[in-house]
Design a protein around this ligand. Structure first.
Ligand SMILES: Nc1nc2c(ncn2[C@@H]2O[C@H](COP(=O)(O)OP(=O)(O)OP(=O)(O)O)[C@@H](O)[C@H]2O)c(=O)[nH]1
Length: 182
């Protein structure tokens, strides 16, 4: 099983469509995927997890519930999960992370990355929407520092992509294949 996780609206559904040609969006409201959506692709199960973090119009307790459901799903399926693709919005993430830190909170992307690693699930971080980013390398290094990824492991952990414009998806595929537990 390969899971796709990330904050709401980072482009998970767009990316899965680009990679597999399959539409995973089921939610009625645009930008909101609620339950884990499973698809079969090349003999593998691909799961689009609900977006976590802030979603406009959703009360805090609902957001917390969604986060708990995601955490439980991952814990329950940890043995089966061969790879997690953590999708972040390369344009929005640095600002969001700094805002959380200023409030003294652990940014949800950081928490999530570390949670996956604690379960020993291999993670590829797809830094999406880089078509909107001026200095991509700076963003990648910023994220690596926040996630606690050593400098030497950056190339095997982070891939800057643009799901919308199909940029660097071959590189992402390559890294995903490399990291999948055999
Ligand atoms: N500029 C830009 N926009 C993108 C890119 N990828 C996705 N988007 C846009 O971001 C928005 C959200 O994309 P979705 O694929 O629906 O995001 P999601 O992460 O599945 O959202 P949830 O259903 O909330 O989990 C859409 O308007 C996409 O067109 C990208 O690479 N660049």
């Amino acid at each position: 099983m390969i899971i796709f996780a990330g904050r709401s609206n980072v482009g998970k559904s767009t990316l899965i469509f680009r990679l597999t040609g399959k539409k995973v969006r089921r939610g009625k409201r645009p930008g909101v995927t609620r339950k884990p959506v499973e698809i079969e692709w090349r003999g593998k199960k691909i799961v689009d997890l609900p977006g976590f973090g802030f979603m406009s119009g959703l009360p805090k307790h609902v957001q917390e519930r969604i986060k708990d459901e995601i955490v439980h799903f991952i814990e329950d399926n940890a043995d089966e999960i061969e790879l997690a693709v953590l999708v972040v919005d390369g344009k929005a993430a640095p600002e969001i992370i700094e805002r959380w830190e200023k409030r003294g909170e652990i940014p949800i992307d950081v928490e999530f990355y570390q949670f996956l690693r604690e379960l020993e699930i291999p993670v590829v971080v797809a830094v999406n929407k880089v078509d909107k980013v001026k200095n991509v390398e700076r963003v990648v290094h910023f994220l690596a520092e926040k996630f606690g990824v050593p400098y030497s492991e950056i190339p095997e952990t982070f891939v800057p992509i643009s799901a919308k414009f199909g940029k660097n998806l071959d590189e992402l595929r390559r890294l995903m294949e490399k990291k999948i537990r055999s």
